[in-house]
Design a protein around this ligand. Structure first.
Ligand code: RTP
Ligand code: MG
Length: 147
């Protein structure tokens, strides 16, 4: 079963959106495999965002993601990687459709509430950066045949 790494960024945590965001993925029918509130170190942030190292906003991105706790999560389900991206909406909240997380709650591109892995390779890499295997729960919900 596919897994993805989702992270409520410091703006989402400080704006009390953890419950709202978790609720959307629960109601959709995905399964929460692991979750924790954590403060990201500069080293972890730079590793996580390594693909953006040469971009002009890299410094700001690292400063922001380390500025306060994030809520790190692993979610499981059919096509969860791409479906979560759809539920998140476009990177820039100004372009994100109403009904998406960024469309409903975000204003600025730097503070766009949530991160989600963009491919199976990214998901595998990011889950390993933020979680130990013993923090991930392998279980099947009784209703999992329905969704
Ligand atoms: P994410 O990685 O956070 O899920 O977002 P994404 O795939 O939709 O966007 P990506 O291109 O990977 O960019 C990573 C994050 O960098 C910030 N960003 N700032 N100042 C800027 O022009 C700018 N552009 C991107 C955003 O917070 C974006 O989520
Ligand atoms: Mg990305």
């Amino acid at each position: 079963m596919e897994r993805t790494y989702l992270m409520i960024k410091p703006d989402g945590v400080q704006r009390n959106l953890i419950g709202e965001v978790v609720s959307r993925f629960e109601k959709k029918g995905f399964t929460l495999v692991g979750a924790k509130l954590m403060t990201v170190t500069k080293e972890i942030a730079e590793t996580h965002y390594a693909e953006h190292k040469e971009r002009p906003f890299f410094g700001e991105l690292v400063d922001f993601i380390t500025s306060g706790p994030v809520f790190a999560m692993v979610w499981e389900g059919e096509n969860v990687i791409s479906t979560a991206r759809t539920m998140m909406g476009s990177t820039n909240p100004a372009d994100a459709a109403p009904g998406t997380i960024r469309g409903d709650f975000g204003v600025q591109v730097a503070m766009n509430v949530i991160h989600g892995s963009d491919s199976p390779e990214s998901a595998k890499r990011e889950i390993a950066i933020f979680f130990n295997e013993n923090e991930l729960n392998n279980y099947e919900k009784a209703v999992s045949k329905w969704v």
